[in-house]
Write a protein that binds this ligand. Structure first.
Ligand code: MTE
Ligand code: MO
Length: 196
């Protein structure tokens, strides 16, 4: 069946958010400490308002169902990188395991280098959020936060903590390292929520 002649194609959402430029490489940005973490020593703990405060070692993580997502990433420093293939445990699955309580609204990620960042649980429950161990077919490198890194592709990349070790679930928001230093609390690239 052909379309009625007056049907106009819907304008597609542009792929590059405002103020961003496309890059092919994958810049490294952090506070300057890149802690070495051997998978055999890796742990992820959860505390706060959850019914199941997990303490996962490497095998516990591997035993979860794994998924693959191909997503674009956007850094507040204005680079974007298309089509990153991530493999790991989805944010939705992670939340289904830890079971946030009704009062829980916010998550704070704590990393081995002292970095912290906060997101609403809602944002972590979004499609394509992943706690990844693989990027483009390779284990996530130490420079990019390996061996395991959450990726929240619909927010600027500073919300995706490298070398994460602990996640807390809170009823109140608790701005993280950059959020208390002038970065936007929400970090939506489509709204250009960069600073302030
Ligand atoms: N643990 C940790 N995670 C971090 C950071 C950091 O300094 N420490 N920097 C954030 C910032 S500001 C950015 S832009 C991205 C950069 O990720 P990349 O180095 O993989 O590009 O990591 C985010 N996650
Ligand atoms: Mo950044």
């Amino acid at each position: 069946m052909s379309q009625p002649s007056d049907a106009k194609p819907k304008p597609e959402k542009p792929r590059l958010p405002p103020g961003q430029r496309l890059t092919q490489d994958f810049p490294v940005l952090d506070l300057g400490i890149q802690p070495p973490i051997d998978p055999k020593d890796w742990r992820l703990t959860v505390s706060g308002l959850v019914d199941n405060p997990i303490d996962w070692g490497w095998q516990d993580f591997q035993d979860q169902p794994h998924e693959t997502f191909i997503t674009d990433i956007h850094c507040v420093t204005t680079w974007s990188r298309y089509d990153n293939t991530w493999q790991g445990v989805s944010g939705k699955h992670f939340l289904s395991v830890v079971k946030p309580q009704a009062a829980a609204k916010h998550m704070v990620f704590h990393s081995h280098d002292g970095y912290t960042t906060n997101v609403p649980i809602e944002a972590f429950a979004d499609d394509e959020v992943i706690i990844a161990h693989t990027w483009n077919g390779e284990p996530i490198s130490r420079a990019h936060g390996g061996p395991i890194r959450p990726i929240i592709p619909k927010l600027y990349l500073w919300k995706s903590a490298k070398w994460v070790k602990h996640i807390t679930f809170l009823d109140k928001d608790a701005p993280g390292f950059w959020e208390v230093r002038g970065y936007h609390n929400e970090a939506d690239p489509w709204k250009e929520e960069r600073y302030g």
